[in-house]
Write a protein that binds this ligand. Structure first.
Ligand SMILES: CC(C)(COP(=O)(O)OP(=O)(O)OC[C@H]1O[C@@H](n2cnc3c(N)ncnc32)[C@H](O)[C@@H]1OP(=O)(O)O)[C@@H](O)C(=O)NCCC(=O)NCCS
Length: 186
């Protein structure tokens, strides 16, 4: 499928480029990524090159996984990444440590949710989110974007050691408003 770029007055979402590899490699040294993400660990430059030059283009071509770079402006540096896994209709995201806490991720998730549910892309009517129990920053992003907390259980996505750690789950339906909902554990 054709690449889709999304934009608001606060963030630009477009495809990660090979010029983003150094930033991605640097951000992915963050120990939080070992704990909370399924990215390779330790993370090498070759992992970032594979991600940008192979994994992401394949995902867009097949339409199975849509991955965007998050930038503050067109042509600006990559600050973080957000992706929609289409067969499971769920989102995943990370932000480089020095760019956190400025609302960029919440804005990026809003854009991806609005586009996915607004266009009815791939027939998706509900977007799922999950994080490892205790990842309050991730939960806060989902809560701010209007996701409902749907409970706790083993992660649907296997961790890098094959385990399914206890995870918090949330969901946003196309009929939901985007106001924060009560009932979140963090
Ligand atoms: C989760 C993550 C993407 C959030 O990015 P961000 O840029 O801080 O997101 P935003 O600025 O849009 O929103 C930050 C929210 O998280 C809260 N937050 C940030 N760090 C927090 C922490 N350590 N504990 C609790 N809340 C935290 C902020 O207060 C804010 O919520 P609020 O508006 O209710 O106060 C970022 O922390 C990250 O990349 N973490 C490591 C990777 C990861 O865990 N990804 C998600 C996997 S499911």
């Amino acid at each position: 499928m054709d690449r889709v770029a999304l934009e608001s007055h606060r963030v630009v979402l477009d495809p990660p480029l090979s010029t983003d590899v150094d930033d991605i490699t640097r951000y992915c040294q963050d120990p939080l990524f070992e704990r909370f993400l399924t990215v390779p660990w330790p993370y090498s430059r070759a992992d970032a090159e594979y991600f940008v030059n192979d994994h992401i283009p394949t995902g867009w071509t097949t339409g199975d996984e849509l991955t965007w770079a998050i930038r503050a402006e067109r042509g600006g540096p990559l600050l973080g990444v957000i992706g929609l896994r289409v067969p499971t209709s769920d989102v995943g995201f990370w932000m480089g440590a020095e760019h956190r806490g400025r609302g960029h991720m919440s804005e990026a998730l809003r854009l991806v949710a609005d586009w996915t549910l607004g266009t009815g892309f791939a027939g998706i009517r509900e977007i799922g989110w999950e994080c490892i129990v205790g990842n309050a920053a991730s939960a806060s992003v989902a809560r701010r974007c209007g996701f409902r907390f749907t409970g706790e259980g083993p992660s649907r996505i296997a961790h890098r050691d094959g385990s399914h750690p206890a995870s918090w789950r949330g969901a946003l339906r196309d009929t939901d408003d985007r106001a924060p909902k009560p009932g979140w554990p963090a």
